[in-house]
Structure formats: C-alpha cells, structure tokens
Design a protein around this ligand. Structure first.
Ligand SMILES: [Zn+2]
Length: 271
C-alpha cells in the first residue's frame, strides 16, 4: 500500500507535468471508483477546468482546479500516470482524463480500493481540518507528540499508524522509524520519555525523507507517475527482513503481529 513517500513522489512528478493543463474530457470506466457522484456528474465538474497545482495531503493526491479540488486516493494498488494520448495500455484502467497538448492522466487500479472525488473549496477546508498532523511539517514537534502520546496506552507503533493522529505513516515507515529511534514498537505510547519522543520524531522524519529521495518503496504494485518502481526497498533496515542480521548490531531481525499487521524490529537495538 502506498504510504507518504510514494504519494509524495507521484505528486512531485505530477506537479512538474500538470499545472497549466486543461481537462478536455473525462472517461470513467469503473464507476465504483468515483465517490459521491455519478460518472456524468464527476465528468461535468472536471471538464474544461484548468489544473492549477498538485499537492499531497496525507496519502491523497490533491489537484487544485481553481477553488474546487480533484482528489485521488490510490488505495492498495492504484496508479496515476501521465501518458501520451493514444497509448493503449488499458490494463485495469479505471478512469482517463484527456488533457490538452496530447497528454492524458490515467488511473489504473487492480483491486479497486482507490477512489477519486471532488470537493468544493469550502468542503476541502473542512476535510483538510479533520486530518491528522503531517509528519514532515513544522507541526510535528516533540511538544505535540508528548501531549498526544500522554493520553494513550496504545503500543507506539500502532499509535503512529493511526491516521487521525499522524497522517501518511503506514506499516513500513512506522517499523523503520522506530528502528532508527531505537524504540521498542511494543512500548505503550505514554511510557516514552521526552528524549525518546524526540528520537521517534527524528527517526520517522528521516526515514520518510530518505524514502522520498529514493522515490519510494516498491514491493509489488507501487509505481511513480512515469510508471517506474521506487528504489527504497533495498535500503530498508528491518521491514520484511525477518531472520536476517541487523545492519547495526548483527543480531537477528524479528517479526511480531500488532493490530493484525506485521512489525519488524531488532530486540537488541530497540528498547
Ligand atoms: Zn540491532
């Protein structure tokens, strides 16, 4: 499932390609991917609009159409690609937006857990206000972490993955961030000291920044806006490395299950 670095990589590509392009036509091949609208209603809101900017909010791709927004969530297996008009790769094609200058924006999705929807300017402000803190923003401070963690007995790894608190950190980057912080993923959030919270903050931010630098992690499905795989999987320290030696201490990386998800960690390095 794409997490923050994968969505950020796609957004940075799209931000170079899309601003200034006008949506000339909309074709919806999979109506179940469109949230809160009929295919015709959705198309009517997009047709003729110019894309002003492309940004990320949590794990969503947000295109500003001059007030109203077009949002895309990739779900498990979604891909958003800019292609030349006439490229006939229709594999799992869910929707196609024809753009000017011979380009089109294509949404492909094998499992169809992704979604596309529009928000008016006012609805966008309300929606944005309900999301958790962006971990790469200036709001993700040790003070904020201390206040939020003080009220929670939840294991810190599960705590970090709750999108109502911190957005965009999923299973891969929660495991990796806690390894870098040297903090045991099983620790209840309210038991972490200020120094440990500072290490968690830095560990999460560093691993996200490095993953963006390497264009995300591809295990199977994730592709960037050019259809290429990310290169960060080779740099993971613990995730998906059960039984392998820890890069730091030479001990054995272990796996456990928390909240139904695999957690990878080094018992020697993380306390
Ligand atoms: Zn270790």
């Amino acid at each position: 499932m794409p997490e923050l670095p994968e969505v950020e990589t796609i957004v940075r590509d799209l931000a170079r390609l899309l601003p200034g392009r006008t949506i000339k036509g909309v074709e919806v091949l999979r109506p179940d991917l469109i949230e809160g609208d009929t295919p015709d209603g959705f198309a009517g809101k997009l047709r003729g609009r110019k894309i002003r900017s492309v940004v990320r909010r949590a794990k969503n791709i947000v295109m500003d159409l001059g007030g109203d927004r077009l949002l895309v969530n990739l779900g498990m297996t979604g891909r958003l690609l800019v292609a030349r008009t006439g490229d006939e790769d229709a594999t799992h094609l869910g929707a196609r937006l024809a753009l000017d200058r011979g380009r089109e924006l294509r949404y492909h999705d094998v499992r169809r857990f992704g979604r596309l929807w529009t928000l008016t300017d006012g609805a966008w402000t309300a929606w944005d206000g309900e999301l958790g803190v962006e971990p790469l923003s200036d709001d993700f401070t040790v003070d904020w972490l201390r206040g939020a963690a003080a009220r929670s007995r939840v294991a810190v790894k599960t705590w970090l993955m709750d999108q109502a608190r911190v957005v965009g950190v999923g299973n891969i980057y929660a495991s990796e961030g806690l390894f870098r912080a040297g903090v045991d993923p099983r620790r209840p959030a309210d038991t972490l000291s200020e120094a440990e919270l500072a290490r968690v903050r830095d560990g999460v931010r560093q691993v996200l920044a490095e993953a963006i630098e390497h264009r995300g992690t591809t295990f199977l499905d994730y592709r960037d806006a050019r259809g290429e795989e990310g290169a960060f999987a080779a740099r993971l320290k613990v995730y998906d490395r059960e039984g392998q030696p820890c890069d730091v201490c030479g001990g054995t990386v272990q796996r456990l299950v928390q909240g139904g998800r695999s957690t990878f960690f080094c018992p020697s390095c993380q306390h």
